[in-house]
Design a protein around this ligand. Structure first.
Ligand code: ZN
Length: 485
């Protein structure tokens, strides 16, 4: 047995040596002796990764290859390669003035793909098209177009905290017309929002299925989580309104919400939504019922309703990590007026006293993410940047760290930011792991992220569809943003 293994090994060596040296690969980017980390299988040491024409051409144990100097050869000794990261929840149009810095910021922090979860379709499509035209210079952008909301709609543009990210749809016919329009404009998925009626929501689900589009969203206030999931909702953002369905008095809360929605028809959507959250969230968390939660999570698991918990956003108010100078360093890369605004807002907010419920809700969210993970429901890492002092790119690493705090292993957190979003869009054969014939979207780290998830910030190089950005090049991008600032 031993002999036959030895013989096979020798044969492979002879065959690869004959095929080999330097003839097969020219003008390839070759990263030698690197440890690669695949979301499903974990770490493999001493690999050589050959990249040609933007694609991972070959991966092989380093010993088996001698590369000619007609290739660009990078020594990966002591370094770790992970797939390019995704931020699965961003808004190019939330602060329009910041949008042009966002692609560079994402790339500089290793984010090679993003999912834009709501904004004017013409505006967000610009960034998608720019990326398609120059795929090596910008992250891939998947767009939902505007939030599909009922009436009154929440993000109606009425004040800076509610820019016009949504469309308010008055009827089922309006829903049909809007989805047909968005589909013709090339959206990659849809986002349903909190003011939709159950009938409108059902229509979104039926049409999306017909058109092969995934639907993410906030569970509408007029529904409970289980019926939204059973209707076909593919994913939920921020665990929004999950607490309302995990309460012992969930049915009563739903009745009360429906009454509040009916009596608030004449109000601004944002005002009405806040009023309902204020009336119910705290009560729901205080009436949290573990058996009810189990029932809800079982339904989400059965239907594979994925979760994008956006914990950096939701726990930011209690954790206040944005007060730290180490966090604020990244504000140097933002337009100066925005940095000023953020610093002023941070100053105001940090004076605000926390209520006991703020802490309780943060703890509830983190605990619930652990349970979601245990229940076998897939998670995607998303931030909601640039909302709430979340610097694009930088903030994704914070999200990964909090996902690990919530109970994911570092490898599962990496999976949530690589393979899972690729799978969400049916792109797992092209993206999301380190395998031959996949697009070469990769990040090279100076330290092992499986030892400490914070090591995803130790970025040595980023590769976007085959283009290699070493640390100097990444620093140049950041320096340019700093200079424009
Ligand atoms: Zn959002």
């Amino acid at each position: 047995m031993k002999n036959s293994i030895y013989l096979t090994f020798t044969l492979i060596c002879i065959i690869s040596a004959c095929k080999n040296p330097g003839v097969i690969f020219e003008d390839a980017l070759c990263i030698e002796n690197i440890s690669i980390i695949n979301p499903n299988s974990g770490l493999t040491e001493n690999q050589t990764v050959i990249i040609k024409n933007g694609i991972i051409h070959q991966i092989t144990p380093s010993l088996k290859l001698q590369l000619s100097d007609k290739n660009t050869i990078i020594n990966g000794t002591g370094k770790f390669m992970i797939p390019g990261l995704w931020d699965a929840h961003v808004h190019f149009s939330y602060i329009e003035e910041m949008a042009s810095s966002m692609p560079d910021l994402f790339l500089a922090f290793g984010v090679t793909s993003v999912r834009d979860t709501g904004g004017d379709i013409t505006f967000v499509n610009q960034w998608k098209e720019k990326s398609l035209a120059n795929p090596t210079d910008a992250p891939r952008v998947m767009v939902a177009g505007p939030l599909l909301d009922g009436m009154p709609n929440v993000y109606d543009g009425s004040d800076p905290s509610r820019p016009p990210l949504s469309v308010g749809l008055g009827s089922v016919t309006d829903v049909v017309d809007k989805i047909n329009e968005l589909d013709s404009l090339g959206v990659d998925f849809l986002k349903a929002y909190e003011m939709l009626s159950p009938e409108q929501f059902a229509t979104v689900m039926i049409l999306a299925k017909e058109k092969g589009l995934k639907v993410t969203g906030h569970v509408p206030l007029s529904m409970d989580v289980m019926s939204a999931s059973n209707a076909g909702l593919n994913s939920m953002e921020h665990l929004r309104n999950l607490e309302l369905s995990c309460a012992s008095n969930a049915a009563e809360l739903l009745e009360q919400r429906r009454r509040l929605l009916a009596s608030g028809k004449g109000d601004r959507g944002g005002v009405l939504r806040s009023r309902i959250h204020q009336a119910q969230r705290e009560i729901a968390v205080k009436n949290y019922d573990p058996n009810k939660a189990k029932e809800v999570l079982n339904v989400l698991a059965k239907n594979q309703t994925w979760q994008i918990p956006t914990l950096a956003l939701s726990t930011g108010f209690t954790e206040r990590y944005w007060v730290d100078s180490s966090w604020q360093e990244s504000f140097n890369y933002l337009p100066a007026s925005i940095e000023q605004q953020w610093l002023t807002n941070i100053n105001e907010l940090s004076k605000r006293k926390l209520k006991p419920f703020n802490e309780q809700y943060s703890d509830w969210l983190i605990n619930m993410v652990g349970q979601v993970h245990e229940a076998g429901i897939d998670i995607m890492a998303g931030t909601d940047c640039p909302i709430f002092f979340l610097t694009p790119g930088r903030s994704l690493h914070k999200e990964l760290a909090i996902l690990v705090e919530a109970g994911l292993s570092p490898l599962d957190a990496i999976k949530a930011a690589t393979l899972n979003p690729a799978k969400y869009f049916g792109m797992e054969n092209k993206l999301g792991s380190i395998q031959e014939n996949q697009w070469a979207d990769l990040v090279i780290l100076d330290a092992n992220p499986l030892d400490d998830i914070n090591n995803t910030r130790q970025i040595n190089a980023v590769i976007k569809q085959g283009k290699y950005y070493d640390r100097d090049r990444l620093d140049q991008i950041l320096a340019r943003l700093d200079a424009n600032h």
